[in-house]
Design a protein around this ligand. Structure first.
Ligand SMILES: Nc1ccn([C@@H]2O[C@H](COP(=O)(O)OP(=O)(O)OP(=O)(O)O)[C@@H](O)[C@H]2O)c(=O)n1
Ligand SMILES: C[C@](O)(CO)[C@H](O)COP(=O)(O)O
Length: 225
């Protein structure tokens, strides 16, 4: 089955505060976006990548990915879901034979190939939507507006969610058409239309680089490999 990956990379990286879009921040001389895109293609399971770039930096992002001819760049939007929607809209033209679609944060640049393959295989196995997850290791509390604890949540059934998230392409299209922009991840939109979402094992290296601390962790991931 032909697989296309959408890479939302149009965020500003405010929490990282690097003075440029987070996707273009280098780790050991290579940007998060180049690493994330190359990782998808070198998994051997992804044939095309559609990257959503900050609308005013499409040329710069295109140049950044020049070594990867299977990657195409489109302007992203104001929110992550807008960027994913714009990339998904470009699929009929850029990857017309795609039957499986992955959505993968540029910010999760060190995701192992095993996670990417596991997600694709689960979709090929018939799951309409697939997410990589990790168990939650902290105790989790629910609090009220004042910050006082309301309850201790049973963490044995909680999972932290990563990307890439994988979908039968018609399912993601239907979710984006019907669910509105009310979820913080793409599988959340599938849940909103009553779709089933399967989990597969994630990996600590697939962390989302959000803050300067995360960037330091990513550098140590790279030093280890
Ligand atoms: N309008 C947006 C916002 C986010 N993203 C992308 O969605 C992924 C996850 O978003 P996040 O980590 O929150 O990135 P930023 O929005 O850049 O971070 P911040 O909120 O700190 O500005 C990133 O690859 C980011 O580039 C996007 O494509 N379009
Ligand atoms: C999609 C995601 O990476 C799954 O954990 C996450 O929800 C993105 O969240 P953000 O608010 O864009 O940082």
């Amino acid at each position: 089955m032909s697989v296309v990956a959408l890479v939302p990379a149009a965020g500003r990286g405010v929490r990282l505060g690097a003075g440029r879009p987070k996707a273009l921040v280098p780790v050991n001389g290579e940007s998060l976006l180049l690493r994330a895109t190359r990782g998808l293609l070198s998994s051997g399971r992804v044939q095309r990548v559609v990257v959503a770039a900050p609308p005013d930096q499409v040329e710069l992002v295109t140049a950044e990915l020049a070594e990867l001819p299977a990657a195409h760049v489109v302007p992203g939007g104001a929110e992550r879901t807008d960027s994913v929607r714009l990339a998904l809209d470009a699929v009929p033209e850029l990857a017309p034979d795609a039957r499986v679609v992955l959505v993968h944060d540029a910010a999760r640049a060190f995701t192992p190939a095993s996670v990417i393959r596991g997600v694709v295989e689960a979709v090929e196995d018939g799951a309409p939507a697939v997410i990589p997850v990790l168990p939650v290791s902290d105790t989790v509390k629910e609090v009220d507006e004042a910050g006082d604890v309301v309850a201790t949540v049973d963490r044995s059934r909680l999972r932290a969610v990563q990307t890439p998230q994988g979908f039968a392409i018609d399912v993601l299209r239907q979710a984006y058409a019907e669910a509105g922009d009310i979820a913080t991840d793409d599988a959340g939109l599938v849940e909103r239309i009553g779709g089933k979402v399967r989990t597969v094992e994630g990996h600590p290296d697939a962390l989302k680089i959000t803050t300067a601390f995360d960037l330091a962790v990513a550098e140590s991931v790279l030093a280890r490999s």
